[in-house]
Ligand binder design. Structure first.
Ligand SMILES: CC(C)(COP(=O)(O)OP(=O)(O)OC[C@H]1O[C@@H](n2cnc3c(N)ncnc32)[C@H](O)[C@@H]1OP(=O)(O)O)[C@@H](O)C(=O)NCCC(=O)NCCS
Length: 198
């Protein structure tokens, strides 16, 4: 698949490229991002170079993983985060979403807008230029409260707790699982989980 952009007016999703290497090197050393992702540690410049030159293009070409750089629409050359739509299976109509955002972009509704824009595109019919998916799921560690809040805001429904399903930085932990269907309303949800044991 050829890379394409998505926007809601405030956030712009555009494929990461050469111009984003410095930002990737900086952001991927942030302990808050390291804790909940699988970025290599230490994150060396050569990894960012391989990421934008080889890995990202391969993923888009496969059609199974779409990788966007998250940017403010009014500052499009400054990469603030990454949003992945992965495990795309058009036959089953399913995929999963995952994301992170650098400190300078947090708390402005950017990721909520970004995920909502990706869901709009994922659920739009193929005839109308979308991916024509039926279900998009989300998985994260119980302590990843920020990621959970975004998922609740954009309409994901909580489906359960998968015991021992994740290994984060060598530590096995449970996973929370949620999903939104193309037939669901996209209104903000409250999973009523309170403080979840880690
Ligand atoms: C979690 C993250 C993706 C949220 O993106 P964001 O653009 O800051 O989120 P938004 O501004 O759209 O906020 C959506 C809601 O989540 C809440 N929220 C965001 N980050 C939060 C956090 N770390 N803890 C608790 N709530 C959080 C916001 O207050 C907001 O709630 P509201 O709608 O009640 O006001 C981003 O902060 C991030 O990447 N943090 C780094 C570490 C991390 O948790 N990564 C998760 C993915 S691996």
């Amino acid at each position: 698949m050829e890379p394409f952009e998505l926007t809601d007016g405030q956030v712009l999703l555009r494929v990461p490229d050469e111009g984003d290497i410095d930002a990737l090197v900086t952001h991927c050393a942030d302990p808050a991002i390291v804790a909940f992702t699988t970025v290599p540690v230490p994150y060396e410049r050569s990894y960012a170079e391989r990421y934008v030159r080889t890995l990202v293009p391969e993923r888009w070409a496969s059609g199974r993983k779409l990788v966007w750089g998250v940017r403010r629409a009014d500052d499009p050359d400054r990469l603030l985060g990454i949003l992945n739509l992965f495990d795309i299976d058009k036959g089953r109509g399913t995929a999963e979403v995952g994301y992170w955002l650098a400190a300078g972009g947090r708390g402005q509704g950017l990721m909520t807008g970004a995920v909502a824009a990706v869901l709009d595109h994922a659920f739009r019919s193929a005839d109308s230029g979308g991916l024509g998916l039926f279900r998009v799921q989300w998985t994260a560690a119980p302590e990843n409260v920020g990621s959970r809040r975004v998922a609740e805001r954009v309409g994901f429904r909580f489906e359960g707790r998968l015991r021992g399903a994740l290994v984060l930085r060598g530590r096995r932990t449970d996973a929370l699982r949620a999903a939104v269907l193309s037939t669901d309303s996209r209104e903000s949800q409250d999973w009523n989980l309170g403080v979840v044991d880690q």
